[in-house]
Design a protein around this ligand. Structure first.
Ligand SMILES: NC(=O)c1ccc[n+]([C@@H]2O[C@H](COP(=O)([O-])OP(=O)(O)OC[C@H]3O[C@@H](n4cnc5c(N)ncnc54)[C@H](OP(=O)(O)O)[C@@H]3O)[C@@H](O)[C@H]2O)c1
Length: 175
């Protein structure tokens, strides 16, 4: 329902803003286990940090709980249906309000998860910044939503590894 509303209400968003999904996912599209990342990859965290500096980041309340604090030098926008005046963040109760808050701060809006938030913003995303982690993860609690490779063009890929785990930083643009 939310996805339809996004497309119907403000289609001009798609042309005025860069909406980037930043995500690290496993071979089987897993992004989380027990409300945490399934791996520790310092290089990926650095990549995430440098990409999001001085931009708005939009996350779900569970992802915010998992991170545990506002991330510095960024406008932290937390989506929740039960706002609680969390310190250092802007709480919003809808996709529309998230975009309105984010666009005041930066032209690029980074969608940083989790599963629900990725899903709700995917129809209006313009870029996917994916860390493809070469692991299969069991007992997940969150996945990246299905997306069609036919709608996206791979524009860059950089391979890396850490602690014996292979991964690649990959960027896709909406065709
Ligand atoms: N690998 C990665 O790159 C990555 C990135 C981020 C997160 N993760 C993982 O993803 C998992 C968390 O994802 P998740 O899907 O369970 O939770 P989530 O998307 O982070 O948060 C879900 C919450 O967001 C709020 N929400 C969702 N849609 C909303 C809307 N339209 N309006 C208002 N509020 C809305 C609700 O909060 P309330 O319940 O407060 O109403 C909902 O319970 C964790 O395991 C985390 O570690 C992984």
């Amino acid at each position: 329902m939310d996805m339809i509303l996004i497309q119907q209400l403000k289609p001009q968003w798609q042309f005025k803003m860069n909406i980037s999904h930043l995500v690290a996912l496993s071979n089987n599209s897993v992004i989380g286990v027990n409300n945490d990342l399934p791996w520790t990859l310092k290089r990926d965290l650095k990549h995430f940090s440098s990409y999001t500096q001085n931009k708005a980041i939009v996350m779900g309340r569970k992802t915010f709980d998992s991170i545990g604090r506002p991330l510095p030098n960024r406008k932290n926008i937390v989506m929740t249906r039960s706002p609680q005046d969390r310190e250092g963040v802007t709480e919003v109760t809808s996709v529309e309000d998230a975009i309105d808050e984010a666009k005041i701060f930066s032209q690029t809006i980074n969608i940083i998860g989790g599963e629900y938030i990725y899903k709700e913003f995917l129809p209006i995303a313009t870029k996917l910044i994916i860390t493809e982690v070469g692991l299969n993860i069991n007992s997940p609690d969150a996945y990246f939503p299905e997306w069609s490779t036919e709608e996206w063009k791979e524009v860059s890929r950089t391979a890396s590894s850490e602690n014996g785990i292979k991964f690649s930083f990959v960027e896709y643009l909406k065709i």
